[in-house]
Design a protein around this ligand. Sequence first.
Ligand code: SF4
Ligand code: SF4
Length: 137
Amino acid sequence: MSNSAIMRLRAHHVCCMPFWTGAMEGRGSRFEEKEAAIKALFRSAADRLVAVTEGVDELCSECPLCVDGRCASPDGDEDAVRKWDTILLSELSVDFNTRLTCRQWRDLIELKLPYKLCRRCRWQSRCRVGSSLKSAD
Ligand code: SF4
Ligand code: SF4
């Protein structure tokens, strides 16, 4: 992938991955490399464009839980994941297929944190935003 290519990501990967601190066991080295690349992208590639996909994305395509183009995770299948993606986009007041630079995503996200969804997120302890909520309770 070239540095100028648009990265296509699900909403929760845009909204949550920059804050994710947990390990996702058993996903394999290609998944781990892509996860690291996404985190690095949001840290440093301010002008790189990221488009929000409806459905599976570039990280899912490296994930062993992606089956026949759908998320088959026992923690939340494709229908559940699409619901979370829809909720997060609505919190950011943007639609699927929105394209923004990493800087614009970061600025938008900063205004909205913590998301309402964070309060009922089961991964709070694996995320900097969720952990700060727990410690503030
Ligand atoms: S397939 Fe599911 S578990 Fe795997 S990265 Fe995509 S959303 Fe996450
Ligand atoms: S607490 Fe959950 S919803 Fe909130 S940013 Fe972290 S992973 Fe995302």
